[in-house]
Write a protein that binds this ligand. Structure first.
Ligand SMILES: *[C@@H]1O[C@H](CO)[C@@H](O)[C@H](O)[C@H]1NC(C)=O
Ligand SMILES: *[C@@H]1O[C@H](CO)[C@@H](O)[C@H](O)[C@H]1NC(C)=O
Ligand SMILES: *[C@@H]1O[C@H](CO)[C@@H](O)[C@H](O)[C@H]1NC(C)=O
Ligand SMILES: *[C@@H]1O[C@H](CO)[C@@H](O)[C@H](O)[C@H]1NC(C)=O
Ligand SMILES: *[C@@H]1O[C@H](CO)[C@@H](O)[C@H](O)[C@H]1NC(C)=O
Ligand SMILES: *[C@@H]1O[C@H](CO)[C@@H](O)[C@H](O)[C@H]1NC(C)=O
Length: 409
């Protein structure tokens, strides 16, 4: 318990510092999605009978399917019982009163996911290994979901400890000598958004060919799980060569797909030349869609995920905010890496997440910068339609990840 309490203090300490800094430099820094792990206490008394241990992976396409309401086997954990829950995703704690968003199960067409998430099975598979989630706050959303899924499978609190070291948060399951870490690196390459707390910078500057300072933090991992999308949506970014202090060249790049491709190239060259091709398994999470424009699903234009309580049922629904050019670019870079002999798998979670307009925190989360009077009068304005409530959609990303790790690699 001590380790967890310590982390909680540390994290909250970080946060007040973060907030103060934000207020001081408000004109420059807009910090709307503070990152922090608030932590509470565990105990899940659920009895589980697992038929999933003889799962055969086959050629299942996990990514095409539909959401099925299932209030008997979902949710896979309870928000209040997860020791690692963060205020950014704990929608119930922040007043969400409709709970159906927790009860949906993902059902692929024509095959099944493993019937039960077995944390012991996963931890045994990961024994003596290091897993690192590398990316932005959606990667963190994904990582916290995995910790919540594992939490009830490790009974002794001192055997599951998370610690914060700058951009790296490490979770250790000591009985298994497993570490499952999160590393903050929202644009993959080095940038002026790399501070794990104070990172909402309006004028984004990227060292478009530099990744080493980050990569040395995760290069020795056995399993790497990357995501990077949302941060690229900014209309203009400055690209820089040389150092931040003494750049020898800069250019302003307004074409999203060009700068995204350049960064992915830096990233993939690094992986290709520095990773142990035999040992390392890599996953790339396709873009996580937002629901910022209700016109996309046939509602009045100018609203968003605020007040949404049901998934979209239209098969193949696609929101205009999801940039298919960036998505295809990432897919082709991943496919090239695969051709070069790396073990890399794209987890194509975009479509399945598109259906879940009901899955976002909306106004039910800690807003690290409190909403203004104007916003409070019109909650649509400060609803978070980017991240996901937990339990919720990222649990399914993890059920898929679980299937790959446990039965495929
Ligand atoms: C989970 O998996 C482990 C290891 O494969 C197995 O021994 C155990 O019986 C499973 N637990 C449940 C509850 O199914
Ligand atoms: C599940 O939902 C159905 C229909 O809404 C309801 O009748 C039933 O009582 C619920 N079961 C549980 C376990 O909550
Ligand atoms: C724990 O795992 C690491 C690799 O992550 C390995 O180097 C080390 O030897 C392991 N420790 C023990 C006690 O097995
Ligand atoms: C630009 O900066 C890089 C990295 O510091 C350096 O390797 C390169 O030689 C520099 N180029 C010029 C033209 O100064
Ligand atoms: C949100 O939903 C509630 C309950 O359905 C409704 O009373 C309220 O008018 C809705 N608000 C908006 C802005 O749509
Ligand atoms: C990912 O899913 C989308 C939507 O279902 C599909 O259009 C795309 O081809 C898929 N990509 C890959 C690499 O399977």
């Amino acid at each position: 318990m001590k380790g967890i309490e310590r982390l909680q203090k540390l994290v909250h300490g970080y946060h007040s510092v973060g907030l103060m800094l934000v207020m001081v430099v408000m004109m420059v820094v807009v910090c709307f999605n503070g990152d922090s792990s608030g932590i509470s206490v565990v105990s899940t008394g659920e009895v589980i009978t697992d038929m999933g241990d003889d799962y055969s992976f086959g050629r299942c396409d996990f990514f095409n399917g539909r959401w099925v309401y299932d209030n008997e086997t979902r949710p896979l954990y309870k928000e209040k019982e997860c020791s690692f829950m963060a205020d950014d995703y704990s929608c119930e704690k922040f007043g969400r009163k409709d709970f159906d968003y927790q009860f949906w199960k993902w059902q692929p067409h024509g095959c099944d996911l493993p019937s039960r998430f077995n944390g012991t099975g996963l931890l045994e598979k990961l024994r003596d290994k290091r897993v690192v989630f590398v990316g932005d706050s959606l990667g963190k959303n994904h990582w916290i979901s995995l910790l919540c899924l594992l939490d009830s499978w490790i009974l002794e609190p001192s055997h599951k400890v998370a610690e914060w070291h700058g951009s790296l948060i490490t979770f250790k399951a000591s009985e298994y000598n497993v570490s499952i870490d999160f590393y903050w690196e929202p644009l993959l390459v080095e940038s002026n958004c790399d501070d794990p707390v104070k990172h909402r910078v309006r004028d984004r500057i990227l060292k478009i060919e530099s990744i080493e300072r980050h990569a040395k933090q995760w290069i020795n991992a056995d399993i790497l799980i990357f995501d990077s999308y949302t941060w690229w949506l900014e209309p203009h970014m400055t690209l820089l060569w040389g150092s931040f202090e003494k750049p020898n060249r800069t250019s302003v790049e307004s074409r999203r797909v060009v700068r995204y491709e350049m960064a992915l190239k830096t990233w993939s060259n690094w992986l290709e030349t520095h990773l142990d091709h035999q040992k390392t398994r890599i996953f790339f999470i396709s873009l996580s869609p937002d629901h910022k424009e209700s016109g996309d699903w046939g509602k009045r234009i100018g609203e968003n995920c605020y007040n949404e309580t049901k998934p979209i049922t239209e098969q193949g629904y696609w929101g205009k905010g999801s940039d298919t050019d960036l998505m295809r670019k990432a897919q082709s870079v991943v496919q090239d890496l695969e051709k070069k002999g790396l073990h890399i798998q794209l987890l194509n979670i975009t479509q399945l997440s598109q259906y879940r307009k009901d899955g976002h925190p909306s106004i039910h989360k800690r807003h690290w910068v409190p909403p203004t009077k104007l916003e409070l009068a019109n909650p649509v304005q400060y609803a978070d339609c980017v991240h996901w409530c937990l339990p919720g959609v990222p649990d399914v990303w993890n059920e898929i990840l679980y299937a790959y790790i446990r039965y495929k690699i």
